[in-house]
Design a protein around this ligand. Structure first.
Ligand SMILES: Cc1cc2nc3c(=O)[nH]c(=O)nc-3n(C[C@H](O)[C@H](O)[C@H](O)COP(=O)(O)O)c2cc1C
Length: 326
């Protein structure tokens, strides 16, 4: 009997497929449908730090009382924030799989008080999607990375539920950041967030949204960093996100060292049935290769092995160009 059970960020999961944060997970009924389709957990659509702060500022302005003591009460009176709490509560009531709340943030500002309300509403964990582009000319090297640590430290003081950090692929050193996040109390990391992408319409000469859903080729970068980080930062569970389109891709993520995957695009494209067919494919792969559990092959291809490290850390094409096009 093959068991696909795994754990991620201290959460017991019946299999490695987590529905990633996206518009679909903002509806508790959808989350129940994901559970019924076989998903192991759901990450709710993110609430944005800007919304929390903007709404709180608005309330404070209205009250003309900037040092309002019950800042959080003010937050919760606001429609969007109380709606978010309601989505957490109702998802928890409907589902038995873990429900992970999510906040997109840039700083360790006063918004972190809102994390307490999320915990009280019953969320099993909180995922922090730390976003940002270092565009300022006077940007100080490493400031963006240090910011991740400050945010986790600050949220850690407020909540006891596991804190997961979803990193952007634009950080310069995922291994070092993951290591420091672990030391400051993060229970897991997600590699990587897929940010909004832009494209140019050359006829209209306007910026347009690039493809919202990911492509199979998007898997290669997170796969590399999962393989490297899993070997370098022991004891920090990793979920791979970005480009997972099939059960085979889930197997690749686990071989590289992931404990789970966070998937959106494949579910957008193929519907909830994708989860079940991916789980079947993982089971079939396990039986072809004689594995009975995830633990038997997780991180088998991480950089812990010197040959794997050589493949994962290779940056130049030189060796392969010799015979190309012949
Ligand atoms: C329509 C859409 C909305 C998303 N919204 C969020 C969000 O609110 N917060 C977040 O952390 N990630 C968000 N993401 C990113 C996904 O959670 C995921 O990390 C990313 O899409 C890569 O996974 P995929 O290749 O399986 O789509 C969104 C993705 C899509 C496609």
């Amino acid at each position: 009997m093959i068991s696909l059970k795994t754990t991620f960020a201290g959460l017991a999961l019946r299999n490695p497929i987590i529905v990633g944060s996206c518009v679909l997970t903002y509806k508790p009924e959808n989350n129940l449908a994901f559970e019924q389709a076989g998903a192991a957990a759901v990450v709710l659509k993110s609430l944005f730090e800007e919304s929390i702060v903007r709404q709180a500022d608005h309330l404070i302005h209205q009250a003309d009382h900037p040092e309002a003591g019950d800042y959080m009460q003010g937050y919760l009176r606001n429609e969007t924030l109380s709606e978010y709490i309601d989505v957490v509560r109702r998802s928890k009531q409907l589902c038995s799989i873990p429900i992970i709340a999510s906040i997109c943030c840039r700083s360790a500002g006063e918004w972190v008080a809102f994390a307490e309300a999320i915990e009280r509403a019953g969320a099993d964990a909180l995922e922090l999607n730390v976003m940002g582009l270092a565009t300022a000319r006077n940007y100080e090297d490493g400031a963006f990375e240090r910011n991740h640590i400050a945010i986790v430290e600050s949220v850690r003081q407020r909540v006891n539920i596991p804190i997961i950090v979803k990193l952007g692929a634009n950080i310069t050193n995922p291994v070092n950041v993951a290591d420091r996040l672990k030391a400051h109390g993060a229970a897991g990391v997600v590699l990587f967030n897929r940010p909004y992408q832009i494209d140019i319409d050359v006829e209209q000469m306007e910026y347009r949204s690039a493809k919202v859903v990911s492509q199979p080729s998007d898997l290669v970068n997170p796969l590399r960093w999962v393989g490297i980080t899993a070997a370098a930062v022991k004891g920090l569970p990793i979920a791979l996100s970005g480009g997972v389109q099939s059960g085979r891709d889930v197997v690749k993520a686990i071989l590289a060292g992931a404990s789970a995957v966070e998937v959106c695009s494949a579910i957008y494209r193929e519907g909830n049935g994708w989860i079940c067919s991916a789980l079947d494919a993982i089971g079939q792969w396990c039986s072809r290769h004689g594995f009975f559990s995830i633990g038997e092959f997780r991180a088998r291809m991480s950089a812990s092995d010197a040959d794997n490290a050589d493949s994962l850390e290779r940056m130049q094409f030189m060796r392969y160009f010799g015979g190309w096009r012949q």
